[in-house]
Design a protein around this ligand. Structure first.
Ligand SMILES: Nc1ncnc2c1ncn2[C@@H]1O[C@H](COP(=O)(O)OP(=O)(O)OP(=O)(O)O)[C@@H](O)[C@H]1O
Ligand SMILES: O=P(O)(O)OC[C@H]1O[C@H](OP(=O)(O)OP(=O)(O)O)[C@H](O)[C@@H]1O
Ligand SMILES: O=C(O)c1cccnc1
Length: 483
């Protein structure tokens, strides 16, 4: 039997539904749970990450309802009983979600998103939320990292053909745009998200005509904006001269926008090609480079004085080539007890970095008013207020690393995006999110933004949050020892 693929409700791990059943049969499924989503280590050795994924999360939550085919599948193929299926059939997401804005800079071990919901519902959505945030944030971060190196020059996203399937191409393209890429070759992403689409042509065009000059001529006869790919046979002996020849022949009938280099020594070839274009009077014609580029090759090419104006980047961006996963997790930090009181929860680990921080929390960015730069992020318990001045910040794992900040402002990074299951915000235009990333980066000292070995940006706990964590560690260890 085939089941219609008509919802995302089963886009979760089986264990979530099994746990939901346990909670439901035990009658605790409606008890309020607080889960926080965060990652433990910044990707790519970068000094910051860029959060992306909220738009898709909101779409998902809005459509959170099991369809008939979902229920039929769970009944026929997984074997849940009718009473539990009846509960699932009527379920919608009824909780609250607090989240950073897309484009916010985010660091290790701070909650990006917080879910406050009946535990069964909060559990159900874990896998999808992680799936979305882990990928989109990874690609937005890779894109922003590349853009830090590229600076004000243009970066074009070329990755669809190499992406891990279609969803990755589409949402990865969106994340790449958030991180600072200007355009994509993926026309569907252009249609869905209104990302500018742009492109040149492939080697196949030249091969099809078996003659570079003829191929460029046919292209120029049919396209008004022309970027010629000049490396099919010999970049400097035939590619660039043929591009110039055709541009001259067509004159005002085309816009000779550029040439693309896709192999060989891109520094050397770009310099020579620039000379040839300039000599022929095409000073405004751009040089586009592609071929397995990443932030390191680009850094090298810039250091070599390459005359490249536009960077076309595919594989190493869309697949997050040097780090396949962000590793974000979703942890229960507080749960309603039998008598209706919220009690903090903790996950212990032999590795101090993996011990979760109990309690519902708030995250603030502390901006020094004197220099308008971020001193770090400050995590408090939700019950605390942050009015005390001066502010003592200390490292959560090495508390002797601390500092006192006096003249500052504290910007809360979470906003409520879902209330009782309903979306509370208007999602911003994609361009506005991209601009936000740029603005956010201005608050960061260069030491945190450099590509190689950036300084570690402080993410500190308030005293109350830290003491709460220490108390819970001791309490749970003592309990474990009694058993
Ligand atoms: N001047 C340069 N400095 C640093 N890296 C470069 C330079 N020129 C090219 N590269 C990079 O080096 C790699 C070149 O790869 P490789 O030599 O395998 O391919 P190629 O020159 O494209 O040859 P092919 O014709 O097989 O495609 C690419 O990642 C490219 O971006
Ligand atoms: O190198 P990337 O960063 O992944 O960028 C995308 C690559 O895709 C194309 O090559 P491909 O060999 O697929 O097609 P082509 O025949 O047009 O060169 C293009 O020429 C780029 O080299
Ligand atoms: O338009 C291009 O030049 C392009 C598109 C996809 C992949 N590589 C290059």
């Amino acid at each position: 039997m085939n089941y219609a693929d008509d919802s995302l409700m089963l886009h979760t791990d089986l264990y979530q539904i099994n746990m939901m059943e346990t909670y439901w049969r035990d009658g605790i499924h409606k008890r309020k749970a607080v889960f926080e989503l965060y990652f433990r280590k910044l990707p790519f050795g970068n000094g910051f990450a860029v959060f992306a994924g909220l738009e898709r999360i909101l779409n998902y939550i809005q459509n959170c309802r099991f369809t008939d085919s979902d229920i039929a599948y769970l009944r026929n193929e997984v074997g849940y009983k009718e009473d539990f299926l009846a509960y699932l059939k009527n379920l919608t997401f009824s909780g609250d979600i607090y989240c950073m804005e897309e484009g916010e800079l985010v660091f290790a071990n701070e909650p990006i998103l917080r879910v406050e919901a009946p535990i069964a519902e909060a559990q159900l959505i874990e896998t999808t939320l992680l799936n979305i945030v882990n990928y989109q944030t990874l690609i937005a971060t890779k894109s922003a990292r590349m853009k830090q190196v590229i600076g004000d020059q243009t970066a074009m996203e070329f990755g669809t053909r190499r992406a891990q399937e279609m969803d990755a191409a589409i949402w990865g393209t969106r994340a790449a745009f958030i991180g600072g890429f200007s355009a994509t070759s993926n026309v569907r992403a252009g249609k869905i998200f209104r990302i500018p689409v742009s492109g040149t042509h492939a080697h196949a065009l030249v091969q099809a005509y078996q003659d570079e000059y003829k191929a460029f001529k046919s292209y120029a006869s049919t396209q008004t904006e022309c970027v010629f790919l000049v490396d099919t046979y010999d970049t400097l002996r035939s590619g660039v001269p043929n591009a110039i020849k055709v541009a001259k022949e067509f004159g005002d009938r085309i816009r000779f926008k550029g040439i693309r280099l896709d192999s060989g020594d891109l520094a050397y070839l770009s310099k020579k090609a620039r000379e040839m274009l300039d000599e022929a009077g095409y000073k405004d014609t751009k040089i586009i480079a592609s071929n397995d580029l990443d932030e390191y090759t680009i850094m090298n090419l810039l250091a070599e004085g390459a005359k490249i104006d536009i960077w076309g980047i595919g594989t190493k961006l869309i697949t997050a080539y040097d780090q396949a996963a962000l590793g974000a997790v979703y942890k229960l930090v507080s749960f309603e007890s039998e008598n209706g009181v919220m009690e903090d929860t903790i996950k212990l680990s032999g590795n101090p970095e993996k011990i979760s921080t109990p309690g519902q929390k708030r995250v603030y960015r502390i901006i020094n008013n004197e220099n308008n730069h971020a001193e770090g992020d400050y995590i408090t318990l939700a019950s605390e207020s942050i009015t005390q001045e001066p502010l003592k910040m200390f490292h959560p794992i090495h508390p002797y690393l601390n500092k006192v900040v006096t003249n500052y402002r504290a910007i809360e990074l979470h906003q409520q995006v879902i209330k009782n299951g309903h979306v509370q915000i208007q999602t911003p235009e994609l361009t506005a999110i991209q601009i936000k990333v740029k603005e956010n980066l201005k608050f960061l000292w260069n030491e945190y933004k450099r590509t190689l070995n950036p300084e570690e940006y402080p993410v500190d706990l308030s005293k109350a949050c830290w003491e709460n964590k220490r108390n819970y560690i001791e309490k749970m260890k003592a309990k474990a020892n009694q058993n």
